[in-house]
Ligand binder design. Structure first.
Ligand code: Z5A
Length: 219
């Protein structure tokens, strides 16, 4: 999977990491920063981001019916949400020159379904390529945080856990290790950011990675 997004001007960015690592917080800060620079920016989440995708998200994370999902069906539902999102929103937005920030993307499937659920990596690679139409982000920010630190943040926020989050700590340790391996093997695209720092510091590290791409960017 290696095709470039269909626009020379607008970038496709994605954020990855274990739950509670600060993706939503950093995406918000980055969106504000880019908008202040005069860029048009859309934030979309996975699963979700379209009506179909949000219905799939509900089934995967919150609906009682989702409790019985087998790993293979779970994988196909994430892929279905992605196929819809890419064609209905992401590609048209990039063509209009709108920057797109994705809250999770193909790397989530590689680690959660591949490593977490133990599904065959080749199947996942093929399905990721099919669902995404081969579209990879220009840059992916991996917010890396120790699992116990991330759980403490979620606990502190007071929100309840969804189906995907009710896994043992070992599951999330494996996910974190999987992400770190991906960042090591694809250093051009995937940038590991130490998320165990104050919000502003994390934001500023993200901007450092982005700055070569910002040169000359305009709406
Ligand atoms: N999934 C999958 O299995 N396969 C796939 O292909 C895809 C997804 C696409 C989606 O989760 C689930 O789907 C996810 C993977 C799976 N499940 N699991 N398990 P989601 O989108 O519902 O939620 P999430 O991605 O796990 O994110 P989150 O829990 O909402 O956390 P976050 O966005 O990374 O963090 P946050 O909300 O910005 O911050 C969490 C708290 O920490 C909050 O109270 C903040 O105020 C605080 N915070 C943030 N930054 C800091 C710093 N720097 N210091 C201290 N405190 C901070």
């Amino acid at each position: 999977m290696s095709s470039a997004p269909p626009s020379t001007a607008a970038l496709l960015l994605s954020f990855e990491g274990t739950e509670g690592c600060g993706k939503s917080t950093q995406i918000r800060l980055l969106q504000e920063y880019l908008i202040a620079k005069g860029l048009r920016v859309e934030v979309l989440r996975e699963p979700g981001g379209t009506s179909v995708g949000e219905a799939i998200r509900h089934l995967l994370q919150h609906a009682r019916e989702g409790e019985g999902l087998v790993a293979e069906a779970e994988l196909l539902l994430f892929a279905a949400s992605r196929a819809q999102l890419i064609r209905e929103r992401v590609v048209p937005l990039l063509r209009q020159g709108v920057w797109v920030i994705l809250d999770r993307y193909v790397d989530s499937t590689t680690v959660y379904q591949g490593i977490g659920r133990g599904l065959p990596q080749q199947t996942i690679e093929n399905l990721n390529a099919f669902a995404s139409d081969g579209l990879l982000p220009h840059l992916t920010f991996l917010l890396d945080l120790e699992v116990t630190r991330a759980s403490a943040r979620i606990e502190q926020s007071g929100r309840s856990l969804d189906r995907m989050e009710r896994q043992p700590q070992s599951f999330f340790e494996a996910i974190r290790a999987g992400y770190l391996h991906l960042a090591e093997t694809q250093p051009q695209r995937i940038r590991r950011i130490n998320a165990d720092q104050p919000r502003e510091q994390v934001h500023s590290e993200i901007l450092q990675h982005l700055s070569p791409h910002l040169h000359g960017a305009s709406a």
